[in-house]
Write a protein that binds this ligand. Structure first.
Ligand code: NAD
Ligand code: TYD
Length: 350
């Protein structure tokens, strides 16, 4: 039995990774370490919480003493590190939280792994889940490859970039067996409705304005979250220490086109006349430092590990909308409490 630590497993992507690993690897014991911030929700894992090879640990990666104790107790064979503050807009409001969680928290985990693997790191792996946003922004053409220099613009991406540098430094300095992957924008069930797609689904449903930043011309490359989880599985098991992989959907959308497509699907599913919700589109002040375009060259992960996205965007987008419409209770739980305050602060006077 191997003990595998997944951090941030109660969040959006983490919950899909935990589900995949718990179900696919009965000979692994999966420990999900999560602080349960506003973004962490154990309801995301209701279907796996009683499995014998799963344990939830509530804790904070900023607490070095706690992290060390946990590693000494369970002697993890592998770490998949997703816990992070993940929303760009929040990072603009409050960068320090991002530095504490994303940078310091990551270094704590690295220190703990280094200590428990100091005699032998054979067969061990520390896997840092990162983002394409560390590479900065593209113009109309080109894409990010694994050798694109880091050039982050937001406090979120700067904190993730800093953490990635520490991960590489621990590999180069202490021979810690680390790997990193940098993925494009994920979409799918269980994403917290501060991010574009679930926020807009919720607003369309409730006939609330859709706050489009700037002219809506920014471009993102969207990947279905389960495809990301499968890439993580392959990279965790097969990537050589010190390596980096870019993961992307090869699926670029201008925000405004994506929003119009979402409106088309939502109006159909809600039984509204076609185009009815277009009137909700509201252009608001642009995000500060808004990266124009992200695009990923995912040829390395395809060539080395045979990974390609399986879920076609049309299918994944419909499935995503269906999930949010069918899970009203989940929406109500995550949007109660702190969410209303956040929403008012971000969009109240725009
Ligand atoms: P999320 O915000 O949905 O989840 C983050 C999780 O981390 C939450 O469960 C939260 O409770 C937990 N967490 C936060 N601070 C913590 C702390 N101090 N200690 C322990 N747990 C803590 O994020 P997500 O969208 O699922 O992203 C997961 C990871 O993937 C992040 O590292 C993010 O940078 C990366 N990523 C996300 C995307 C995307 O499109 N969402 C794309 C590429 C990479
Ligand atoms: P988001 O989901 O926050 O992801 P990221 O900033 O990490 O790419 O935003 C996706 C795109 O949608 C981004 O270009 C910003 C834009 N956006 C809006 O236009 N309005 C909104 O209310 C939000 C949250 C995002």
């Amino acid at each position: 039995m191997k003990n595998i630590l997944i951090t941030g497993g109660a969040g959006f992507i983490g919950s899909h990774v935990v589900r995949l690993f718990v179900n696919k690897y009965p000979d692994y014991h999966i420990f999900n370490l999560d602080k349960l911030t506003y973004a962490g929700n154990l309801e995301n894992l209701a279907d796996v919480c009683d499995k014998p090879n799963y344990t939830f640990v509530k804790g904070d990666i900023e607490d070095l003493g706690f992290v060390m104790e946990l590693f000494r107790k369970y002697r993890f064979d592998g770490v998949i590190h997703l816990a992070a503050e993940s929303h760009v807009d929040r990072s603009i409001e409050d960068p320090m939280t991002f530095i504490h969680t994303n940078v310091l928290g990551t270094v704590h985990l690295l220190n703990a792994a280094r200590e428990i693997w100091k005699d032998s790191a054979d067969g061990k792996k520390f896997y840092q889940i990162s983002t394409d946003e560390v590479y900065g922004a593209l113009g109309d053409t080109g894409s990010f490859s694994e050798t694109t220099p880091y050039n982050p613009h937001s406090p979120y991406s700067a904190a993730k970039a800093s953490a990635d540098h520490f991960v590489r430094a621990y590999h180069d300095t202490y021979k810690l067996p680390t790997v990193i992957s940098n993925c494009s924008n994920n979409y799918g069930p269980n994403q917290f409705p501060e991010k574009l797609i679930p926020l807009f689904i919720n607003n369309i449903k409730n006939n609330k304005p859709l706050p489009v930043y700037g002219k809506g011309l920014n471009v993102r490359d969207w990947l279905y979250v389960e495809d990301h989880a499968e890439a993580i599985d392959l990279i965790f098991h097969h990537a050589v220490p010190g390596s980096t992989y870019n993961i992307g959907g090869n699926n670029e959308w201008k925000n405004i086109d994506l929003i119009k497509k979402l409106i088309e699907i939502m109006d159909r599913k809600l039984g509204r006349p076609e185009g009815e919700s277009l009137k909700l589109i509201t252009y608001v002040t642009d995000r500060a430092g808004h990266d124009f375009r992200y695009a990923i060259d995912a040829s390395k992960v395809k060539e080395d590990l045979g990974w390609m996205p399986k879920v076609k965007f049309d299918e994944g987008f419909e499935k995503t909308v269906d999930w949010y419409l069918a899970n009203e209770e989940w929406f109500n739980h995550v949007t109660s409490g702190e969410y209303a305050e956040y929403y008012e602060k971000m969009y109240g006077n725009r």
